[in-house]
Design a protein around this ligand. Sequence first.
Ligand SMILES: C[S@@+](CC[C@H](N)C(=O)[O-])C[C@H]1O[C@@H](n2cnc3c(N)ncnc32)[C@H](O)[C@@H]1O
Length: 182
Amino acid sequence: MIKRPIHLSHDFLAEVLDDNSIAVDATMGKGNDTAFLAGLAKKVYAFDVQKEALEKTGERLEGLDISNAQLILDGHENVDQYVTEPIRAAIFNLGYLPTADKSIITKPDTTLLAIEKILERLEVGGRLAVMIYYGHEGGDMEKDAVLDYVSKLDQKSFTAMIYQPLNQINTPPFLVMVEKLS
Ligand SMILES: C[S@@+](CC[C@H](N)C(=O)[O-])C[C@H]1O[C@@H](n2cnc3c(N)ncnc32)[C@H](O)[C@@H]1O
């Protein structure tokens, strides 16, 4: 069966991860991506602004016996204050966490700042995956801001791709993929 965008996001990052790599989960939520990245990388830095996300993810990682993830209660826009090593792979799942406070959503300004900081620190050959959920209020603006930013990246330094359902009703999430070339 054809891959859903969320599955492709994991495959895309898995291709460049190994046990020497540093990975970033910019939007931890319940820790789906944190657990996935931690299984492949040396260390994962995971960010969320909700204490509940850290609690849920902490429990999940403990259950899986995963201990190479640092859970950070802070916005991803401050990624440079925590991650000093070169980054091999990073992921964002934009929007809100369906099972938590739906008013806590990612915002265009902080999302772009975090993407910019992560791309600066990405290793050559490193990759960024951004899952864009935009059905909520403000989601359209954030989608446009990310697409605009990524579309303007210098093609000598980055390759940027999109993977999006075309004939699905409502506002199905889609994936933006970036790879650093130089
Ligand atoms: C769509 S959810 C992420 C889902 C997650 N990947 C998972 O596996 O459950 C988006 C998350 O981003 C978080 N968030 C919102 N603004 C943020 C920010 N500035 N920095 C880091 N996380 C943020 C929200 O609290 C929410 O948990």
